[in-house]
Design a protein around this ligand. Structure first.
Ligand code: AHR
Length: 501
């Protein structure tokens, strides 16, 4: 097929918030221990942080990292993870039926974030935790000095406040799997009282309320409406979480972006409704702070519950999905959706970053590799900066469980500083190449220079420690004439990035 693809320089959706390219490190499996932190590893620095992992964290271009959970946070006492390491308590982690040694806590995370060059996004415990404990946690982190907790931080080696500005009011509190699950009303009240305390301590923080855990929750979107109406004046963001997996029909799986589109649009409408109902001038935005491919149904992590020998191990290998080429294509499609909603989605977190459903994968004591999904994320995080633009095309569609999906899922970004137009495009056609006939209006003379392509003949191809570059991008230099009309060829089933200047 040949598709005319028109875009005008003035058709701006919004400036992309760099925090759209965030990720997530939870105390879960080997995300922390033998992931980002492994004292004794040949690559560990003096603080025990793996430098080989840090390098890839910088390379992938993540901007924020959410911590310490996830489900873990809802049973976590932040005080267990501070002070001299030898006196920290070993605890049972109810969320993942693991043993938490607390050798890594908030002070270590602050140091690691600084080395990684990422902005921390911290979650408080609204499961077993109280509003006041959330306040104490914030006081420990952000209050300058002269109180028991701020002086305790100084005694632990950090005199200046951490000044963390992004805080999540709990995690997935609608889920029966959550320690201390709440009804929407009860969560709303608890989060409201927590938000009041937290803002009294530091009025400059931004707060994220828990939205539905996913769009198939029986309480969706009523949960979101109740939370938004009750918290509208207290929060800055509502969270969305959604994971996708191949349930046997690759076409449906490829169209995951359509489900994410609908989810964002429903939550946007719910926010607008709550804004009108509360007569507010405030703009609450979306934090899509958990999204990824996760083989939850086919590789049940909860086997640890049933197997006595596997219960309560420290840093057990959990949720270690080995991603395929097809998974990487799906991630590309989802990234386009996030960029295309840059007006309402201001933050997002690929869940997660290392080992646990992650683009970066380590061997304890050994190597680190980039999984297939590393690549689309890295391309969009690195080049998807500037304004998201709206494009117009009469694109053929294909039938999926989510409805009719565009054959080519795409996003277009204009970077003013680099004077560069960047097209991201996923060709969902299994057998045919698609030619995009670009009609670029209002940009002056343009010339496509480079096409970066992720393509593999085997949908199941994976990167392994023996073949770490099996699925990796290819860069083509283009010999295009300067002008406003350019034909771009997207091979069958491929993820593409086109740089035009
Ligand atoms: O990212 C894995 C888990 O998925 C998180 O702990 C939880 O928030 C979600 O259910």
């Amino acid at each position: 097929p040949r598709i005319t693809y028109t875009v005008h320089a003035d058709s701006r959706i919004a400036r992309i918030d760099p925090r759209l390219y965030g990720s997530f490190v939870e105390h879960l499996g080997r995300a922390v221990y033998t992931g980002i932190y492994e004292p004794g590893h040949p690559e560990a620095d003096e603080q025990g942080f793996r430098q080989d992992v840090l390098e890839l964290v910088k390379d992938i271009g993540v901007t924020t990292v959410r911590y310490p959970g996830g489900n873990f946070v809802s049973g976590f006492n932040w005080r267990d993870g501070i002070g001299p390491k030898e006196s920290r308590p070993v605890r049972l982690d109810y969320a993942w039926i693991s043993k938490e040694t607390n050798q890594f806590g908030i002070d270590e995370f602050a140091n690691w974030s600084q080395k990684a060059g990422v902005t921390p996004m911290i979650a408080v415990n609204l499961g077993t935790g109280t509003p006041q404990e959330a306040g104490y946690f914030l006081e420990y982190c952000n209050h300058p000095s002269g109180t028991a907790l701020s002086d305790l931080r100084a005694a632990h080696g950090r005199a200046a406040p951490y000044d963390f500005k992004l805080w999540c009011l709990g995690n997935e509190m609608d889920g029966p799997w959550q320690t201390g699950q709440l009804s929407a009303e009860d969560y709303m009240k608890k989060a409201r009282e927590t938000a009041k305390i937290m803002r009294w301590i530091d009025p400059e923080i931004s707060l994220v309320a828990c939205g539905s855990s996913h769009s198939a929750m029986p309480t969706f979107p009523e949960w979101d409406r109740i939370v938004l109406e009750g918290l509208y004046e207290h929060i800055d963001y509502i969270s969305c979480h959604q994971y996708y997996e191949n349930e046997g029909n690759p076409k449906d799986f490829l169209a995951s972006f359509l489900n994410m589109d609908n989810f964002i649009e429903t939550i946007t409408s719910t926010i607008n409704y709550a804004k009108a109902k509360t007569r507010s001038d405030r703009e609450v935005m979306i934090s899509f702070d958990e999204w990824n491919v996760w083989y939850l149904k086919t590789d049940p992590w909860d086997a640890v519950f049933k197997d006595k020998a596997k219960r309560f191990q420290p840093a057990p290998p959990l949720l270690e999905d080995h991603y395929s080429f097809l998974d990487a294509l799906v991630i590309g499609g989802l990234l386009c959706t996030l960029v295309n909603h840059a007006d309402r989605v201001k933050m997002a977190s690929l869940a997660q970053l290392v080992n646990v459903i992650a683009p970066i994968f380590t061997q304890p004591g050994g190597d680190v590799i980039r999984q297939t999904i590393f690549w689309p994320f890295q391309m969009v995080a690195t080049y998807g900066q500037g304004y998201a633009l709206r494009s117009f095309s009469r694109c053929p569609t294909f039938e999926t469980r989510y409805g009719d999906a565009r054959l080519v899922q795409s996003a277009l970004v204009y970077n003013e500083e680099r004077q560069q137009i960047v097209l991201f495009a996923l060709n969902c056609d299994f057998s045919q190449q698609v030619t995009l006939a670009l009609d670029l209006q209002g940009f002056g003379v343009t010339r496509p220079r480079t096409q970066v392509l992720l393509q593999h003949q085997d949908l199941n191809a994976r990167n392994t420690f023996d073949q770490p570059d099996n699925v990796s991008p290819r860069t083509l230099s283009l010999q295009a004439e300067p002008g406003n009309h350019h034909d771009v060829v997207l091979p069958p089933l491929s993820w593409n990035m086109l740089l035009i200047d």
